[in-house]
Design a protein around this ligand. Structure first.
Ligand SMILES: Nc1ncnc2c1ncn2[C@@H]1O[C@H](COP(=O)(O)OP(=O)(O)OP(=O)(O)O)[C@@H](O)[C@H]1O
Length: 222
């Protein structure tokens, strides 16, 4: 579904990523970890077309995509209702959402434990509430590929667990392919998930059960 071949990204003289090679199959769940500034966001921005590789080739099957960026930029007042933001996640929009679409929006608000926000203005929401709304926006159209860049940074720990459970359900029941950038693998990961450790290049790529050994070796090998 996705193939990176010898991909490199430079910003001026700075090499953010080099020699990136990996493949993802439909239905894979990939967690991407690595230190601050190591190129994780850059790697997923290439996938959604926000950046172009300086070198190499990225092949991506023609799939529907949902994307939650790391920076939501909603500190500035966003003069939109919660339901409008979520509705913009559908592939096609009409002037007024259908009753089925409204039901689906309400269904997800319920699942994300914010049912009361359907008619709320985005300007009145807390950071965690905004993040939940943008999460719903990313997954409401059930994309074949879901890309989440630090989706739980503003979520409280008890909800985080539920959220990951929900992602696993989407992967299992809908065969959704999920790429997830995170700083905290502990509450997100299952043994058979793919894990990638990025630090300017891929230092580890494989199932999480093998990642333990890599971690214990102190990330020092190539
Ligand atoms: N548009 C840009 N212009 C110049 N430098 C950039 C640009 N985008 C990213 N960088 C630099 O590339 C490096 C990788 O950034 P990136 O955002 O991919 O890191 P990250 O691993 O996602 O970090 P974090 O964990 O802090 O979110 C950083 O040093 C960053 O400053």
């Amino acid at each position: 579904m996705i193939k990176y071949q010898d991909v490199a990204v430079s910003f001026g003289k700075f090499n953010a990523l080099h020699d990136v090679n990996f493949e993802i199959k439909p239905g894979d769940f990939l967690h991407i970890v690595g230190p601050n500034g190591s190129g994780k966001t850059t790697l997923v921005k290439l996938l959604v077309g926000l950046l172009k590789p300086t070198e190499g080739v990225i092949s991506l099957k023609n799939v529907t995509m949902g994307y939650l960026p790391q920076k939501l930029n909603t500190k500035a007042n966003l003069p939109m209702m919660v339901r409008e933001v979520i509705y913009s996640g559908f592939k096609k929009q009409k002037l007024i959402p259908s009753s089925t679409e409204c039901e689906l929006i309400r269904f997800w608000l319920e699942k994300m434990e914010i049912p009361q926000l359907f008619n709320e203005s985005m300007m009145h929401l807390s950071g965690g509430q905004q993040q939940r709304v943008f999460l719903i926006r990313a997954l409401i159209a059930e994309p074949e590929l879901l890309i989440l860049d630090e989706p739980t940074s503003a979520l409280d720990p008890s909800f985080r667990e539920k959220f990951y459970q929900l992602l696993y359900e989407l992967q299992q029941k809908k065969n959704m392919t999920i790429i997830h950038v995170t700083h905290d693998l502990t509450d997100a990961v299952k043994d058979d998930c793919l894990t990638m450790y990025v630090d300017q290049t891929i230092k580890f790529f494989g199932p999480y059960r093998d990642y333990h050994e890599f971690e214990h070796r102190g990330h020092s090998h190539d």
